[in-house]
Ligand binder design. Structure first.
Ligand code: ZN
Length: 656
């Protein structure tokens, strides 16, 4: 591991807290040290109270922030003496302890204090850094972990045996530190948890962290992980329905729709194909910091189809445990392993699924390494579930409030690169859905750079490309809940006697045939949507009120409208709702340049403004208006409506 300290950059971070911010960012930037909000850092600073008396404060990373992007205001100043004194108490419940932590913060606007703040208080050095280094965990998470750590570091580190996180670990550490900390101590290793380094300057504490990790890495170098062959799956394998079924089962366990991200790369497949998977995958997380997010793996090296039985047994087993708080943390697994698929990472959102996946990726590395040394040992799964961490988690969930409307759900929008389609993507994202956007325009791939969006270049006239897009959707997010059919073309104005056959056919292919194929291929996914599938179809005013010169367009949209009505009839028994919107005169799309607008307005003897608002309500209809209606049609407001056709046109006297 490279030491990244750069004195020139460090100089831009003034003061003791600034130095701590710089070091924190360096540590946070390395996923082999900390992952997604894991790890924490602190600095002890004496500041005057409001009465002018000096007071020792511990500036410790607040929970909820990420070390890689941390800023000064993400640290909570805590009264140091108060924290230290708490360890003189015999016992403290998690909620009392939590209350004391919160109560000892001197700045009301500070973030909540990290649960590991107490260890920072107990270590006397000015700067204290804590990570969950993969290399150190691979060594501590073996049966002979303590002896190995001792062999590597001699008496320069203090070893803390595994203790349940919370007040007990603080109490335990207070006693150990008092007895064992000396001038020779360079770090503290918490078995099956992580390590602490410290120093009088941020650089010294950082250097110490890197040096401790490097010693661990050097030790690991003598235990190389033996290369194992890996069977890569058939790239033609179509698994979208199985994945949707798996998602339905997991969402049922969670009590809410979940996102499933499938990772079928060499690392995950090699791990999932290990003959000892049944044992190693059930040993618990590598560090308690990963507990809440990773959970355990209930599926053991069998086909996805076998999951349901496994899962039912799993839920029954845990429901019978009185200590298992179902309401607080759902019993759904966060990682599913399958030799054919690799890893399926699960979360309540695409971001959460991403985090589960990344944490487990590191867990796989740690397990493989620990097994190469000896064997992998974590605290038992039972102990993981018995954590009274629940109290703190409950508080966290309360703070988060109500989840967004489409949390854990997946929407697919066609023609998503611009106009109404792009607006639909935005409306679904704003309601918490993960969204797949299809478009023939390759810019779709870069439309949004966020974990809950997947842009796929797709020519909807190609059956094969549609099937591939749905397959990618299921692998990226687990299935499909909402389908918004928007892609379409509006050919140039042409009377019937002048209509070229090719133009007619092309319009039908894009506006009608592609939607039949999409609906047909998406049906199995929509049928397995946890809250039942929804289809929103962007129709047209031309359906009820066709216009001269728009024969191909009007006929294609009318046929699509009829197809939607049949779909509503046929799919009602699967709980799938199919509703249509009929927009008119939406001018903020790529089709309508200022030039075209002016020409059309002039044609009617109107100004552009008059032309845009040429409807009963005399208001402009935007892409966003259409998109918001489409999104709401997929939401609870339309829960009991199917086959509806709602105009979004400002009122049209020919339709009325
Ligand atoms: Zn930790």
């Amino acid at each position: 591991m490279q030491n990244q300290w750069n004195p020139e950059v460090a100089a831009h971070f003034p003061g003791d807290l600034g130095q701590c911010v710089y070091a924190s960012r360096l540590l946070g930037a390395d996923p082999d040290l900390v992952l997604h909000g894991g790890g924490n850092t602190s600095v002890k600073i004496v500041r005057p109270t409001i009465f002018g008396e000096p007071e020792a404060l511990l500036y410790v990373k607040g929970s909820g922030s990420d070390l890689a992007r941390i800023a000064a205001q993400d640290f909570a100043p805590v009264r140091l003496d108060h924290l230290r004194r708490l360890t003189t108490l015999e016992t403290l419940s998690d909620s009392q302890w939590h209350n004391e932590l919160r109560g000892s913060v001197v700045d009301a606007s500070a973030p909540p204090v990290s649960v590991e703040a107490m260890l920072h208080a107990l270590l006397p050095a000015k700067y204290v850094f804590h990570t969950h280094s993969d290399a150190v965990l691979a060594i501590t998470n073996t049966p002979g972990g303590a002896e190995r750590i001792r062999a590597i570091y001699g008496d320069t580190v203090v070893i803390v045996p595994y203790v349940r996180p919370g007040f007990p670990v603080a109490k335990h550490c207070a006693a150990i530190f008092q007895a064992e900390l000396s001038a020779r101590t360079t770090g503290v290793v918490l078995l099956r948890h992580g390590l602490f380094s410290f120093g009088e300057t941020a650089q010294a504490a950082y250097d110490q962290m890197i040096s401790l990790v490097n010693q661990a890495e050097a030790y690991l170098a003598s235990y190389p992980v033996p290369p194992a062959p890996v069977n890569m799956p058939d790239p033609q394998l179509i698994l979208r329905q199985e994945l949707a079924e798996l998602r339905l089962a997991i969402s049922g366990a969670a009590g809410t729709p979940m996102i499933l991200a499938t990772h079928s790369d060499e690392q995950t497949l090699r791990f999932a194909q290990r003959p000892d998977l049944a044992v190693i995958s059930q040993q618990g997380p590598a560090t308690p910091d990963h507990v809440i997010r990773t959970k355990r793996v209930p599926m053991l090296g069998r086909n996805v189809a076998a999951f349901r039985a496994d899962y039912e047994a799993y839920v029954q087993e845990h429901q019978s445990r009185t200590s298992f708080a179902l309401t607080m943390l759902d019993p759904a697994p966060r990682v599913v392993l399958d030799p054919a698929l690799g890893m399926v990472a699960v979360g309540r959102s695409a971001q959460e699924a991403h985090i589960s996946g990344e944490i487990y990726r590191h867990t796989m590395t740690i397990i493989a390494q620990a097994t190469a040394i000896e064997s992998y040992l974590s605290e038992s799964a039972a102990e993981v579930f018995d954590f009274e961490y629940w109290e703190l988690e409950q508080a966290k969930l309360k703070r988060q409030g109500r989840p967004p409307m489409f949390a854990g759900e997946i929407g697919l929008v066609t023609g998503a690169a611009s106009g109404i389609g792009k607006a639909c993507v935005e409306s679904l994202l704003a309601r918490g859905a993960a969204v797949v956007g299809l478009d023939i325009n390759p810019t779709i791939a870069q439309l949004f750079d966020r974990p809950d969006f997947l842009g796929i270049r797709c020519d909807v006239t190609s059956e094969e490309q549609i099937i591939q897009a749905l397959e990618r959707t299921a692998r990226a997010f687990g299935g499909l809940d909402m389908l918004i059919l928007n892609a379409g073309i509006f050919p140039p104005s042409r009377r019937i006697e002048a209509m070229p056959t090719a133009e007619w056919r092309r319009t039908m292919t894009i506006n009608l045939d592609s939607n039949l194929i999409l609906m047909r291929e998406a049906h199995a996914l929509l049928k397995h949507a946890p809250r039942r599938g929804r289809v929103a179809i962007i129709g047209s005013k031309n359906v009820p009120a066709p216009g001269p010169g728009a024969g191909a367009y009007s006929a294609s949209k009318a046929a699509l409208n009829q197809l939607a009505r049949v779909a509503a009839l046929e799919w009602g028994q699967d709980g799938i709702r199919v509703n249509s919107l009929h927009p008119n005169a939406v001018f903020d799309t790529g089709l309508w340049t200022e030039e075209v607008l002016q020409a059309r307005a002039k044609n009617y003897g109107l100004t552009v403004e008059q032309y845009k608002t040429n409807n009963v309500l005399q208001i402009e209809v935007t892409s966003r208006d259409v998109a918001e209606l489409a999104a709401e049609m997929c939401g609870p407001l339309f829960a009991k409506t199917t086959a509806s056709q709602v105009p979004v046109d400002g009122g049209n006297d020919r339709v009325i």
